[in-house]
Design a protein around this ligand. Structure first.
Ligand code: FES
Length: 75
């Protein structure tokens, strides 16, 4: 299964990456000031954080503990 968007808001990680690049937003909260996503189930949050760290916009595996060693930091 390809994971490439916030399913609740239909916002792709590629769109979010473009917004991050255009605005300098470096966190979920900062991105949410510019685009609607991630306000419902929040399952997209670990993927958005990884997109912000790595630039990846399409994922094919489930996020593991290795991706979130400190847990949800609220970013
Ligand atoms: S998938 Fe992003 S809020 Fe549900």
């Amino acid at each position: 299964m390809q994971i490439d968007r916030c399913l609740c808001f239909r916002t792709t990680f590629a769109e979010l990456k473009a917004v991050a690049g255009a605005t300098g937003a470096e966190s979920i909260a900062a991105l949410q000031e510019h685009v609607a996503f991630g306000h419902n189930c929040r399952l997209c949050h670990p993927y958005v954080r990884r997109m912000l760290r790595t630039g990846e916009t399409v994922f094919r595996e489930i996020v593991t503990e290795a991706d979130e060693p400190g847990g949800d930091t609220g970013r």
